[in-house]
Design a protein around this ligand. Structure first.
Ligand code: FE2
Ligand code: FE2
Length: 146
């Protein structure tokens, strides 16, 4: 059986840059959706969306710092933000993005471990915790939508 190829540092940096673009996407999504959202749940949704922004900003800052420390060039463009004028659809987009982020960070965590980047591995575990909480909160809002 062929030995599995180990992750290279180049692959890890490319992955972290994709993650950084995802964090930029989250910041822009939460900021613009909170501006646009209408309907009877607007007050709660504005507050909910804006409360998430500092978490995502800290994730973005951490990733940019780490990419630079590892010798990479931090991305400066976001993953494209899907547009919507419908509150429920905005939350559906957010749920999908958070769920994808959790899975991406699990992959990144394994890559960091393979390369012996223990501090990064631990930080990614912390970020998996944050994103899982975001994902599950959005799911609860969607599950009970009247
Ligand atoms: Fe995040
Ligand atoms: Fe998040």
């Amino acid at each position: 059986m062929a030995k599995e190829k180990k992750t290279t540092m180049k692959e890890l940096i490319a992955g972290l840059n994709a993650d950084l673009q995802g964090e930029f996407n989250a910041i822009i999504s939460y900021l613009t959706y909170s501006a646009k959202v209408t309907g009877p749940y607007r007050p709660q949704l504005v507050s909910f969306l804006q409360t998430e922004i500092p978490d995502e900003q800290m994730h973005a800052q951490y990733l940019a710092d780490k990419i630079a420390s590892l010798g990479g060039e931090p991305a400066v463009t976001p993953k494209p933000v899907p547009q919507s004028n419908d509150a429920r659809e905005m939350l559906k987009f957010i749920y999908e993005a958070e769920a994808e982020t959790v899975e991406n960070y699990k992959v990144r965590r394994t890559q960091a471990e393979e390369l012996g980047e223990t501090a990064l591995q631990v930080q990614l575990e912390d970020m998996i915790n944050d994103e899982t909480r975001h994902r599950d909160e959005v799911k609860k809002i969607l599950d009970g939508w009247a």
